[in-house]
Design a protein around this ligand. Structure first.
Ligand SMILES: Nc1nc2c(ncn2[C@@H]2O[C@H](COP(=O)(O)OP(=O)(O)O)[C@@H](O)[C@H]2O)c(=O)[nH]1
Ligand SMILES: [Mg+2]
Length: 450
């Protein structure tokens, strides 16, 4: 609850004047002491009575003594001026133990222990900015509880305790009570738990399970190449997260994974940012993909574009996907989708659904190991105008060993971020951020490191 403005303002004049009063007493005491030492002519400071204790010869103190006294006075005056100006400009008045009880007690309630407690400050209630239809969408396993709680603490501390957006947890298995109780303890926001329907996490009729198994055997030396569940996960994140019952009332989502870190305070609402600027897809890290996981994804994309020219945006951002290849081959650059802030309605659009269905029919989610990151990236880059994608440069983020730490000194000087830009993955040769800046509508941030 907020204190009434009148109550908040009340203590200020007293708190401001107090340092001046203290300085005044200190100056007077010091001057008295100097007068007592006969360093200060009594008339200057009104210590007539004190001077009467001095012998007549005292009034003829040496010029050096007088000079010292003047310097001492000037130093005291400077200190007083400095204290006074600091008090005048201080953003937050120093807490005062002398504040009258009745001034402090506004809104206080008695606790069960008999003590009076000042009003509780709940940041998300104090923040009256209108909210957007949005929430965090998390696909997670029961056994990832501890890493999940760690991610939530990061997100709550840096952002959500000030906004109170809901958390939507989804799983191909039923969530255990331990998981539900565990994550509930990390947020004051609404928490939803849902199970992924079997038809969203199983082989479609046209996929040969034998061929899928052979693929896993053949790809066992590729990252996640032998994993069946990883493929269902990628397919689900490509084609189904936006049509789960528990996400249907949302327009915008922020994808969160277990074990991530946020390096910077997020002091504005990125969902509202998306809506205000008509953006549909936001990312922080962009990297290259392992080619072995996507050998035919690009040719399938081109075939789709030939068959569905109506879905290809005129002002697309093909350049980001192909620039470094010297032709129209895909450079494997993609937005790293473990962090995404996006518009669910883009994924629910006919263009995206046609694209997903087309890819799904080709079988690459199972016969190769197509990731949801390349799929989202290609769609966001080609099926809509290039102005729709946003790089959240100000959201410092870490997932596994790659991170994004903003290069803008302003984010660090203000105490908002806690990371080292010189260590950021953005400077790694596998990062595609420079290419993004060169080819996107938004262009290079003015502080971008060349
Ligand atoms: N429920 C469920 N979640 C999964 C499964 N596999 C992966 N995930 C989740 O999907 C996301 C991506 O998986 P992760 O193992 O982090 O893949 P990586 O980020 O590519 O290394 C994470 O949020 C995981 O918790 C699964 O089999 N079941
Ligand atoms: Mg992950």
């Amino acid at each position: 609850m907020l204190l009434p403005v009148s109550a908040r303002g009340k203590g200020r004049p007293a708190a401001r004047n107090r340092p001046l009063a203290v300085v005044f007493v200190v100056v007077l005491t010091a001057l008295g002491f100097l007068a007592w030492l006969n360093l200060v002519p009594s008339t200057r400071v009104g210590f007539r009575e004190a001077s009467s204790f001095s012998s007549p010869s005292d009034s003829t103190s040496t010029s050096s003594d007088t000079h010292s006294a003047t310097l001492a006075l000037e130093a005291l005056a400077e200190a007083a001026a400095a204290t006074s100006s600091a008090a005048d400009t201080a953003a937050v008045p120093a807490p005062s133990s002398l504040q009258a009880d009745e001034e402090v007690s506004g809104g206080a309630t008695q606790g069960k222990d008999g003590n009076l407690y000042p009003p509780t400050f709940v940041p998300s209630q104090a923040n009256t900015q209108p909210r957007v239809n949005a929430g965090f969408i998390v696909l997670v396993r029961n056994e990832e509880l501890e890493d999940m709680k760690s991610s939530m603490r990061q997100v709550e501390y840096r952002f959500n305790r000030k906004y109170g957006y809901p958390w939507i947890f989804l799983n191909d298995q039923p969530f255990t009570d331990e998981f539900k109780d565990g994550v509930r303890k990390v947020t004051r926001s609404e928490v939803r738990f849902g199970q992924v329907p079997h038809e969203h996490w199983s082989y479609p009729s046209w996929i040969s399970e034998d061929k899928a198994a052979e693929t896993r055997e053949r790809m066992k030396n590729v990252v996640y190449g032998s994993s069946e569940s990883y493929r269902h996960m990628c397919r689900w994140n490509s084609g189904f997260f936006f049509r789960h019952n528990l996400t249907l009332d949302l327009d915008y989502y922020w994808r969160v994974e277990p074990g991530i870190k946020l390096y910077c305070d997020v002091d504005y609402d990125p969902f509202a940012f998306m809506q205000l600027n008509n953006k549909t897809y936001g990312f922080t890290i962009t990297a290259r993909e392992f080619r072995e996981t996507v050998p035919t994804l690009w040719q399938t994309t081109k075939a789709f574009m030939d068959e569905h020219p109506e879905h290809v945006a005129e002002r697309n951002i093909m350049q980001f996907l192909t620039a470094t290849e010297g032709g129209d081959d895909w450079n494997t650059c993609h937005f790293w989708s473990n962090f995404e802030i996006g518009d669910l309605n883009f994924f629910r659009s006919k263009a995206y659904l046609d694209f997903f269905d087309y890819l799904d029919k080709q079988g690459g989610f199972f016969y190769e190991r197509w990731g949801d990151a390349p799929v989202h990236t290609i769609a966001a880059s080609l099926l809509q105008d290039k102005c729709k994608v946003h790089h959240f440069d100000d959201i410092g983020y870490k997932h596994s060993s790659w991170d994004h730490c903003p290069a803008n000194g302003a984010y660090h000087d203000s105490g908002r971020c806690d990371c080292n830009p010189s260590q950021s993955f953005d400077r790694h040769s596998w990062s595609c951020l420079n290419l993004w800046w060169a080819s996107s509508d938004e262009g290079y941030p003015s502080y971008a490191v060349p």
